[in-house]
Ligand binder design. Structure first.
Ligand code: FAD
Ligand code: A2P
Length: 317
């Protein structure tokens, strides 16, 4: 099955038991006793001109490690922890990029969006493969049928609030930070879930290096065609586009461009989510503060109100 599923009409899913649960599953499997899952597929999802490699990885958990959209899985890569001889590696967290039904709509799989972590020698600027990231390279190199040690699911910060199916959700992602949002958007636009028939507005801002680095672009573009009143999609291509001052185009520049609309939506109760590079938050906060000041508002007060109202959701790494 292709990663980029074009949704012509919604897929009717057989509701899982966990649709009726009040709370999400949490840490069903812990690092001392992980679940042994099986790799279904590993697909490179960026083009040849993308700097770096990102893979879409589907894992079969047999229905044993259920989760909600916005949660993460932990992965324990095989091998010995270099810092604790004889002990396994530490767990690495990965945001889940599918809905609870998985890409095959049967509740048996989980998808991850993983970027290979590589080390660039600061002197030569060249990759040093002796220092490749352990877990991301293990995942991107794995083959169908390989076993993978899974923990979790974990995290409550990025759960999709579903009380109001007509709410507005503004999603800001850099790179693999798009993972939870792919899950949300599939739940909103690809699956027909009786409990959650989305009729609100979802607005995705995605920051990547260039066109070849776009993630799940066909899927998102198909929602634009089918649900033009419910979906907006803005891309910041840092190495292809320039911002108003002639610098790199980052998600915060797109936020600034649309700041009036964003502030109005936030005032109306919209949720705003940030996921991806830790480094984006200071730039985003500066932009939002600048816009608030131009509007004669105090950003500090606004932010504390957004947090108090549970409208502000951040998961950066
Ligand atoms: P590690 O082996 O842990 O190495 C870390 C870095 O150090 C690498 O860049 C490596 O090249 C470098 N390094 C290795 N040796 C040396 C050395 N001797 N000197 C200097 N540098 C060295 N990542 C995703 O790709 N997708 C996600 O959806 C995702 N979601 C996340 C969600 C959360 C909540 C969190 C906390 C993190 C998430 N991450 C995600 C990041 C992920 O957990 C890992 O941190 C990432 O994949 C790197 O792990 P690794 O084992 O590959 O690298
Ligand atoms: P760039 O790498 O051109 O500086 P990555 O591919 O490393 O996951 O990054 C995803 C996107 O986030 C890239 O376009 C990257 O731009 C961009 N980015 C890097 N630093 C920041 C930052 N401080 N604020 C916003 N976006 C950033």
């Amino acid at each position: 099955m292709s990663v980029q599923q074009e949704s012509k009409s919604k897929v009717a899913v057989k509701p899982l038991d966990l649709e009726s649960a009040k709370e999400p599953p949490l840490n069903t499997y812990k690092p001392k006793e992980p679940y042994t899952a099986t790799i279904v597929s590993v697909e490179r999802i960026v083009g040849p001109k993308a700097p770096g490699e990102t893979c879409h990885i589907v894992i079969d958990h047999g229905g044993n490690v259920p989760y909600w959209e916005g949660q993460s899985y932990g992965i324990i890569p095989p091998g010995e922890n270099p810092k604790k001889p004889g002990a396994p590696h530490n767990v690495r967290l990965y945001s889940i990029a599918s809905t609870r039904y998985g890409d095959s709509f049967d509740g048996r799989t989980t998808s991850l969006c993983v970027r290979r972590a590589v080390y660039y020698d600061p002197e030569t600027g060249k990759e040093d493969h002796l220092k490749d990231g352990v877990c991301s390279n293990f995942l991107c190199n794995s083959k169908p049928g390989d076993k993978v040690q899974v923990t979790g699911p974990s995290g409550k910060i990025m759960l999709l609030p579903e009380e109001d199916p007509n709410a507005t959700h503004i999603m800001i992602a850099t790179g693999t930070g798009v993972a939870p949002f792919r899950g949300y958007l599939r739940r909103m636009f690809m699956e027909d879930v009786p409990k959650y028939r989305f009729g609100g507005l979802a607005w995705l801002f995605l920051g990547v290096a260039n066109t070849d680095s776009l993630l799940y672009d066909e899927e998102f573009t198909s929602y634009l065609k089918q649900y033009p009143d419910n979906f907006r999609y803005d891309k910041a291509l840092s190495r292809e586009q320039k911002n108003m001052s002639g610098g790199k185009m980052y998600v915060q520049d797109k936020i600034e461009e649309h700041s009036d609309a964003i502030f109005k939506l936030l005032d109306g109760g919209a949720h705003i989510y940030f996921c991806g590079l830790k480094g984006m938050m200071p730039g985003i906060q500066d932009t939002l503060k600048k816009v608030a000041e131009q509007r004669g508002e105090s950003w500090e007060q606004k932010l504390s109100q957004l947090k108090k109202n549970k409208q502000w959701h951040v998961e950066v790494y």
